[in-house]
Ligand binder design. Structure first.
Ligand SMILES: *[C@@H]1O[C@H](CO)[C@@H](O)[C@H](O)[C@H]1NC(C)=O
Length: 308
């Protein structure tokens, strides 16, 4: 079957923009964003490791999230930067497989970690007396391990589905990195099953996380409103406001992208949306925490004083 079709071995990417005058500006902008992402996330992992006041489940999750953000942006941004300034924007077949695999795995690990972090905040605020007995070391470990396994396995299923298809129509991917929807358009096999599989995983994981976050924060807010002292309310809110902000940004971009009337009409806007969630979002978590979370702010200042 299909032996008379030639499978492509190399893909070409159309890249971020055709506008030559924009290229220097975009290159410098995304280089800065990528450096801030690297410094911010490595710094966050370093702070959590170095300061014993951050040796609590919340900051361990945050540190894991930084690791995910770091690898996630590194699967996309360096290649995108190189492509911006080179004439040949090609990616090998195996490169494309790896990019899709890691990208899909890390995006789902990120969303599952964010929802587990909202469960952590729920326990801390609604059951403060039982926090230590609920959030044991083993429990924390499985709240990181489980998202990682689910993420890696569901991505394996999606990736192997997409690459079991024949690609012989064209090798030009209309995007700045390998992503499943523009890739499926190039296939000369029937893509219905893989499209359904992708939709199934994306919507299940997205809905599961969204509902977890929604339920956790509904309980958190109602518990905060029932607190008698204004000081207690303030304190409870300050421990979850950074997380709430990160989660809101994440889901806002996702909804903005997926809940549009017709995903095929606005192809140019798809690239803009992809830039936001693949390049910009991984930079935001450490920034939000180091500006808004008192404990992280304190140790950041301490670390800066110690080194300068
Ligand atoms: C991730 O979380 C686990 C469990 O809380 C923790 O033991 C580990 O140190 C964290 N890893 C990183 C890189 O922060």
């Amino acid at each position: 079957m299909g032996s008379n079709r030639t499978q492509v071995t190399m893909f070409e990417l159309t890249g971020l923009t055709d506008n030559k005058r924009l290229i220097p500006f975009l290159f410098i902008l995304f280089l800065i964003i990528y450096m801030v992402t690297l410094i911010g996330n490595v710094g966050m992992m370093g702070l959590v490791r170095a300061f014993s006041s951050l040796h609590t489940p919340m900051y361990y999750f945050l540190s894991n999230l930084s690791l995910v953000d770091l690898v996630y942006s590194s699967t996309i941004t360096p290649k995108m930067l190189a492509d911006l300034i080179s004439l040949q924007k090609s990616i090998s077949f195996i490169g494309c497989v790896l990019q899709i695999y890691f990208y899909a795995a890390l995006a789902s690990i990120e969303v599952l970690l964010l929802s587990n972090m909202s469960y952590d905040r729920y326990v801390a605020i609604c059951h403060p007396l039982h926090y230590a007995s609920v959030m044991t070391k083993d429990k924390c470990f499985s709240l990181v391990l489980l998202p990682s396994c689910v993420g890696l396995l569901q991505s394996l299923a999606q990736t192997s589905c997409v690459f079991s298809l024949q690609y012989c129509r064209s090798n030009l991917i209309d995007h700045f990195y390998c992503e499943i929807p523009p890739l499926l358009k190039l296939s000369c096999s029937d893509t219905l099953f893989c499209e359904a599989l992708t939709l199934f995983f994306v919507s299940t994981l997205g809905l599961y996380s969204f509902i977890t976050v929604l339920v956790s924060y509904t309980l958190i807010v109602s518990s905060i409103l029932r607190m008698k002292s204004a000081e207690g309310r303030q304190k409870a809110f300050s421990t979850c406001s950074s997380h709430l902000m990160c989660v809101s940004i994440f889901f806002t971009t996702v909804f903005f992208i997926y809940l549009r009337p017709d995903t095929r009409v606005l192809e140019k806007k798809d690239k803009v949306a992809s830039v936001i969630y693949s390049v910009v979002t991984p930079m935001l978590n450490p920034i939000i925490y180091s500006l808004r979370n008192q404990e992280v702010k304190k140790v950041t200042i301490k670390a800066m004083q110690a080194c300068c």
